[in-house]
Write a protein that binds this ligand. Structure first.
Ligand SMILES: [Zn+2]
Length: 498
């Protein structure tokens, strides 16, 4: 077994709020022990200097979309619903190679910004393939990053899922959007099963999950089928729930109660289940999620960018919901910076009321971005801390960088000062992935050229879809805000419409 010792750094313990000098002995991909500075190491151990470095556990991105990275910056004033209408334009005509490229681009950005693991809801039109998912997994493996890759699936199109939207479209557009229909459950569920059964990546590095994208975009049979697959293959289940007000209102219209209450009646809530966003969860929803040991991936940047609202992380913690933090996809956030996501999680909590004792602390934000995310990804007790028995996923920050001058408090500065620019090196599973501020596992120049070529080809291939979006925008852009203006009250016992 190979040994490495990281010498001379300050090791951050997020829970304790301390950064103490310690040398870290790594055996294989795991932290063996933390010793006093200068402690003896096994013969032949490779020594890595961590002098003037703060060592923090790799950040865990609890919600992103690998396919989004080729679409960064393509939109501005988009609600979630306009983003969904733009999907054929910004993510259409993707080849398997594009899937690899887009995913790898995001992985490179994440590791450069101190993130070592992510939960990726990965989309393929019209349905997931084992090959496409294997390419996404390979993209993470080639960068050296840990990931959960979940095919993002549905059996209803956006136009079928939003009440009244199809009828609001003029007949020619109605005809166009029927082409966007998705295959039925009988086709998509076996495709997911085949991908799960044939999963060949090391599950300690890249594991699969299942992501029925938005509850009312899926028939009940489809959601139950996804949940059964997750159970059968012992993998996670992840869905966008109560993200936008349109979703919240639609949930109550379609189900007669909230999306979360509906998922509960279908029996899909549990420790393996992650809600993405949860901006419009009511107290009953939170209690259901907390009682079942479920997680919320809180994406404050995306929630502001799409005008979805401000999620109440304090209420989640009070109900014992496991809290993770995510960036969301680059097609709606638009960067993949977990330092920014942590910082926004802290800030978004602080604008919600004058009761400062209910605000999310930097310690809580940093715990959510490490241990909370680890639990959501199914890696609890394996990643998210620098401690014996944990994987050696370690970020080394340059304490001579202005972000850390002067050095007053490790956790406050990690969440409120750090922006990724002080990341000097990143180790994942004992292997250096970023060294001296450069990704050393992939050829960035080659990635750049391939991304540029893909962009050019996709702009031409998706020109017609772009025109379709431009025709749809006025209708979607007035119908959905109309739904969002429905009075909707979040009550202690169940949301209701007036
Ligand atoms: Zn998402």
């Amino acid at each position: 077994m190979s040994h490495t010792i990281l010498r001379g750094g300050l090791v951050l313990d997020v829970g304790a709020g301390t950064a103490e000098p310690a040398d870290i002995l790594i055996e294989g991909d795991m932290i063996r022990e933390l010793g006093p500075p200068g402690c003896p190491a096994p013969e032949g151990a490779a020594e890595v200097s961590a002098a003037r470095r703060l060592l923090h556990p790799g950040l865990v991105n609890a919600h992103t979309h690998g396919h989004g990275n080729l679409a960064k910056g393509m939109g501005d004033c988009w609600t979630l619903e306009l983003l969904l209408a733009a999907a054929p334009w910004i993510t259409g005509n993707r080849s398997t190679e594009d899937k690899y490229l887009s995913t790898q681009l995001g992985a490179v950005e994440m590791v450069l910004k101190g993130c070592t693991a992510c939960y990726d809801l990965s989309f393929e039109w019209p349905l997931p393939t084992a090959e496409g998912l294997a390419q996404a997994a390979q993209a993470y493996a080639d960068v050296g990053m840990r990931a959960v890759v979940a095919p993002m699936v549905a059996d209803r199109s956006f136009y079928e899922a939003i009440p009244g939207l199809l009828d609001a479209l003029p007949p020619p557009l109605q005809e166009r959007v029927t082409e966007l229909r998705l295959p039925p459950a009988e086709v998509t569920l076996p495709a997911i099963r085949a991908a799960l059964r044939g999963w060949s990546s090391d599950r300690e590095r890249v594991r699969p999950a299942v992501a029925p994208t938005i509850p009312h975009h899926c028939s009940d049979a489809f959601i139950s089928g996804c949940a059964e697959l997750a159970r059968e293959f012992d993998v996670g289940l992840h869905s966008h729930v109560a993200e936008s007000k349109v979703q919240a209102v639609t949930g109550v219209r379609v189900y007669g109660h909230t999306q979360t209450a509906h998922l509960d009646t279908l029996g899909v809530l549990g420790p393996h289940f992650t809600v993405a966003h949860g901006v419009w969860l009511d107290e009953d929803d939170l209690a259901r999620l907390g009682d079942k040991g479920a997680s919320v991936a809180h994406n404050p940047g995306s929630n502001m960018r799409l005008g979805s609202g401000l999620a109440d992380a304090r209420a989640m913690l009070e109900r014992r919901v496991n809290l993770g933090i995510g960036t969301d996809g680059a097609n709606c956030a638009d960067n993949q910076n977990m330092y920014e996501a942590m910082r926004l999680a802290s800030f978004v909590s602080k604008v919600q009321g004058p009761d400062w004792w209910r605000w999310l602390s930097t310690r809580e934000a940093a715990l959510a971005a490490t241990e909370g995310g680890a639990r959501a990804l199914g890696f609890a007790g394996k990643i998210g801390r620098i401690a014996p028995g944990y994987k050696a996923d370690i970020v080394m920050l340059d304490l001579d960088h202005p972000n850390w001058l002067p050095f007053n408090d490790p956790v406050n500065q990690l969440v409120h000062c750090e922006d990724g620019t002080a990341v000097a090196s990143v180790m994942i599973g004992g292997r250096l992935v970023v060294d001296n501020r450069r990704v050393i596992t992939v050829d960035l120049a080659r990635l750049r050229d391939r991304v540029a070529a893909a962009r050019e080809r996709l702009a031409i291939a998706n020109a017609e879809s772009r025109r379709l979006y431009e025709a749809l925008e006025p209708v979607v852009g007035s119908h959905c805000p109309g739904l969002a203006r429905t009075p909707y009250h979040i009550h202690r016992h169940g949301a209701r419409l007036e």
